[in-house]
Design a protein around this ligand. Structure first.
Ligand code: SF4
Length: 469
């Protein structure tokens, strides 16, 4: 920090300090606690055992996303564990007085899609959820952390969280994205450059003309994967784009409260002259569509690139890790990634299941057929995204192309309810994790943008979307 000049994340932090003590974690107040069915059951049991109530049910919101099937919602959930989790969340929320967008709610959806969509997520807030990709909400200038189950219990009971301050990391992206290149390519390029541990101990702030030019959904895509670069959180300063997105949303402030909120939110951006602990620069003009080839999100290359040769990597750990990844993925060093056969394409997840993602995939698929050897799933992020897509005729485009149009949920991002790869199968996936078995035991995942996924669906091989535009 320079004098009293502060960055966005420092301002949000300072505004939420409840108690500080030298050498101890800081107690932070939490403005919004998002809850889902997988990480909450133990937390609610803990409250029950201790005879505690939820401190602020009005600042807590629940939805079902991880365990629900993406097939017809009138059918029962076949997986008994998933069925129990979904039923238990609804029962727990009823018992503790928490609003819950359950399996049959009109507002059900992936937790990181519905929070912003309903206007719960707002600039300057502290937001937590028992899910790694909570950083998504940072797109609004909120300080948003993924937390563990015991922390979920603590936040339910106290509305506070113990945290240690992070270093600040400026990810400056200047210039303009070319046709076929999107927000997903910015974040994949960043993680390829800094590695999965590159942001450890930091909160990233995304700045620069290329970030300012992104709409809110694209900003969410960028912030969503901050954790994959090792950062505790990632955020973007609120501006007119943020305010227009939020205005009129069901839980956004209204009337005079709206004007007051905008005045307050306008004070949040990083002060001119404030310094960051670390900076990295990305030239948006030079970015190509990106794709991962390996088993962590940092193993990414421009789509026209060739697979790395481990023998040219000096660092032993890194070399062994690339060797192991290429072996698991069944890929050969030094070869292009373009043209690799693709068995499955998954368009969905909290990274890329919003309406603009579906529009960009539909624009590529319109009037085309998917390759007969490739299974394609399109999974909207929420009921609202689904309604909007229907209003725009997108499911017709997807179905006419031969895609499977599903109900909202996490789906193949985590291989739930049979939405998964078979051993050895390859997917091009718009999700955020490509670890061994993430999309099904023995499955192999290439992470990419919705445009790249749609282009690969058409050809049945890894494809540069620019050749189809
Ligand atoms: S879509 Fe995937 S990454 Fe996102 S919340 Fe669901 S399981 Fe987690």
């Amino acid at each position: 920090m320079s004098g009293n000049l502060r960055t966005l994340s420092q301002k949000v932090w300072d505004n939420h300090v409840v108690h500080e003590e030298q050498g101890a974690p800081t107690l932070l107040y939490i403005d919004l606690h998002l809850v889902h069915e997988v990480t909450s059951p133990q937390a609610f049991s803990g409250l029950r055992e201790r005879g505690l109530k939820v401190r602020r049910p009005d600042l807590t919101v629940a939805t079902t996303d991880h365990s629900i099937p993406t097939t017809d919602r009138s059918l029962p959930i076949l997986d008994p564990i998933a069925a129990k989790q979904v039923a238990q969340l609804e029962a727990n929320c009823k018992e503790f007085g928490i609003p819950c967008y359950g399996m049959h709610s009109n507002n059900q959806g992936i937790v990181h899609v519905i929070g912003p969509e309903l206007g719960f997520t707002q600039p300057g807030m502290t937001v937590v959820c028992g899910d790694s990709h909570t950083a998504t909400h940072g797109a609004f200038g909120a300080l948003a952390f993924g937390i563990g189950t015991s922390e979920v219990e603590n936040v339910l009971a106290t509305q506070c969280l113990l945290q240690r301050p992070s270093k600040t990391f400026n990810v400056r992206v200047e210039g303009s994205l070319k046709a076929g290149v999107s927000a997903k390519d910015i974040i994949l390029a960043l993680i390829a450059e800094i590695g999965i541990g590159g942001g450890t101990g930091t909160v990233m702030e995304y700045t620069g003309s290329a970030i300012r030019a992104l709409d809110m959904e694209a900003r969410m895509t960028v912030c969503n994967m901050s954790i994959e670069g090792g950062a505790r959180a990632g955020l973007i300063a609120p501006d007119d784009t943020t305010f227009s997105y939020l205005h009129g949303r069901p839980f956004a402030p209204k009337g005079a409260a709206w004007d007051e909120a905008v005045a307050r939110w306008s004070q949040l951006p990083t002060d001119n002259g404030a310094t960051f602990d670390r900076e990295v620069y990305i030239d948006a003009d030079k970015l190509e569509p990106m794709i991962t080839y390996g088993t962590n999100p940092g193993m990414g290359i421009p789509i026209t690139g060739v697979l790395p040769d481990p023998s040219s990597i000096g660092n032993t750990m890194e070399r062994e890790s690339v060797e192991k990844a290429l072996h698991y993925m069944g890929l050969e060093a030094g070869k292009p990634i373009l043209g690799r056969p693709v068995n499955v394409v998954f368009i969905g997840s909290c990274t890329n299941s919003r309406i603009s993602d579906l529009r960009s995939a539909a624009a590529v698929l319109k009037g085309r057929k998917v390759n007969p050897n490739t299974r394609v799933m399109v999974v909207p992020g929420s009921q609202e995204v689904k309604r909007q897509a229907i209003a725009e005729g997108l499911p017709d485009i997807f179905r006419a192309a031969g895609c499977d149009w599903r109900e909202p949920g996490c789906s193949m991002c985590i291989a739930m309810n049979g939405d998964q790869l078979q051993p050895g199968e390859y997917s091009v996936s718009t999700s955020n994790r490509n670890f061994e078995g993430r999309q099904g035991k023995g499955g192999r995942t290439f992470l990419a943008s919705p445009m790249t996924a749609a282009a690969s669906a058409v050809t049945g091989v890894v494809t540069d979307v620019r050749t189809l535009l």
